[in-house]
Write a protein that binds this ligand. Structure first.
Ligand code: UDX
Length: 427
């Protein structure tokens, strides 16, 4: 199939490279020329495990990048919209990129005679494709949806850092459509994937994405709530999690208690769903609580640290991890940030270390904190260490150079707990 992808962020680029790897001819389009040039040189502008290898293998053969939207749409039969939908202050979505992409695609559809399917892969609230995308496509193409062009919703479930693996080995594929022709064409694209394909209407597909992320966030806030109680009962919540996870209805995943969730998706998607609920006149008590439990975890860590060392003023505090999770350089909504801000507010001297996210963190903290080039150098002469991101290298740390070997682990990642005053956030 001839496919074009609009937007080469981690969803667009992974989808484009993945579909090329699956034998399609793919044109990735982005407005940013630097990104396009990097991709055409066989390199990935973003870090995703395995992406560089697949990109290098396919580029110039059945994969090319361009800044030319017209070229991309005219030379493909299906266009995936994979642009960002960031949060606005009130939790609603900034749809400007989706609208611009729809407008541009619509204009080009007016020149096409052959049938073309537009697929919305960007995360948009239920109703957006029908209420916003289709009208813009029709207005700018002068054509009618279904009779002249097709539309589908195909949400992504990619985790940052393992997006290539998640794309090539999905648990399921969701195809939202309102007509058989569009659905059949998208089914054909995924015909060589080994997983269930669920066919729904468009807004159901849009809702599945939000329900999926909100449920995963709920699972984490749930085990954190149980963990906060276990802490007061001197119970290890990880043993409780093990006990419930043996029930096949629960599963062992997303029950790691700790500092909570961050990233570019959970906070944005939960805020958007809460916003939508309120717009519908429904008070989302549970979703609000999921947010609240998560928001309070960093303060719990700071309170625990205060109980351990008294005032932070003038103390050297090592913060290990700044990314929102291990395996990525992404610091968006990282729970490590409110922890660092809280330490700075009380006059601590913070030395932070993160194997991948230092540059991203520097944009926020500048010279307000010190940056160590290794975990050990961050720990040297420190009064306290806070482990806030689950990087594998934090499993085996050498705490001997610390002034006071007090360690609070907010990710249950530290394995060697000998010779230190170790405490877990929820265990
Ligand atoms: C998530 C969804 O998993 C993915 O399907 C969706 O497409 C995008 O959003 P991602 O945000 O990349 O993916 O990260 P994920 O691995 O889901 O972790 C999200 C956050 O939850 C991280 O901050 C992580 O540290 C935290 N987390 C995860 C926990 O605190 N406990 C857990 O058990 C699992």
């Amino acid at each position: 199939m001839d496919i074009s992808i609009i937007g080469t962020g981690y969803v667009g680029l992974v989808t484009g490279v993945g579909l090329a790897e699956k034998g399609n001819r793919v044109i990735c389009m982005d407005m940013i020329k630097e990104k396009v040039d990097i991709i055409n040189s066989g390199k990935s502008p973003i870090y995703e495990k395995g992406l560089n290898e697949l990109l290098e293998k396919n580029i110039g053969k059945n994969l090319v990048a361009t800044t030319d939207l017209r070229n991309a749409v005219l030379n493909s039969d299906v266009t995936f919209i994979c642009v960002g939908t960031p949060s606005k202050r009130d939790g609603s979505l900034d749809l400007s990129s989706v609208k611009n992409a729809s407008k541009g695609i619509g204009k080009i559809l007016s020149e096409k005679d052959s049938y073309h399917v537009v697929v919305v892969k960007s995360t948009v609230l239920p109703g957006t494709t029908e209420e916003t995308v289709i009208p813009i496509l029709e207005e700018n193409s002068g054509k009618k949806f279904i009779s002249d062009f097709g539309i589908a919703a195909n949400p992504e479930f990619l985790r940052e850092g393992i997006a290539v693996k998640d794309f090539l080995n999905p648990d399921r594929i969701i195809i939202g459509s309102l007509d058989k022709r569009s659905r059949r064409i998208i089914e054909q694209i995924y015909s060589n994937f080994k997983c269930p394909i669920l066919r729904t209407d468009i807004k159901t597909a849009e809702m599945i994405k939000y329900a999926a992320n909100s449920f995963l966030a709920t699972k984490i806030s749930f085990i954190n709530e149980i963990g906060n109680m276990c802490k007061k009962l001197n119970i290890n919540v990880y043993e409780v999690a093990r006990g419930i996870s043996l029930d096949h209805r629960v599963s062992p995943y997303f029950l790691n208690a700790g500092l909570g969730w961050g990233g570019s998706c959970f906070p944005k998607d939960l805020k958007a769903l809460i916003y939508k609920a309120k717009k519908l006149g429904y008070e989302p008590f549970l979703l609000n609580a999921v947010f609240k439990v998560n928001e309070e975890q960093p303060q719990r860590l700071l309170d625990m640290a205060k109980r351990k060392i008294g005032s932070f003023k003038g103390k050297k505090i090592a913060v290990l991890g700044m990314a929102f999770k291990g395996g990525t350089d992404d610091v968006r909504d990282s729970p490590a940030f409110p922890v660092i801000e809280g330490l700075l507010r009380e006059g601590a001297n913070v030395t932070a270390y993160d194997p991948n996210a230092e540059d991203s963190a520097k944009e926020f903290f500048g010279d307000r904190i010190e940056y160590a080039d290794s975990a050990e150098n961050s720990l040297k002469d420190s009064d306290l260490a806070l482990i806030v991101t689950d990087w594998e290298e934090f499993e085996e740390l050498d705490f001997r150079e610390m002034k006071n070997r007090i360690v609070i682990d907010a990710r249950n990642i530290v394995k060697n707990r000998k010779g230190i005053d170790y405490e877990g956030l929820c265990w």
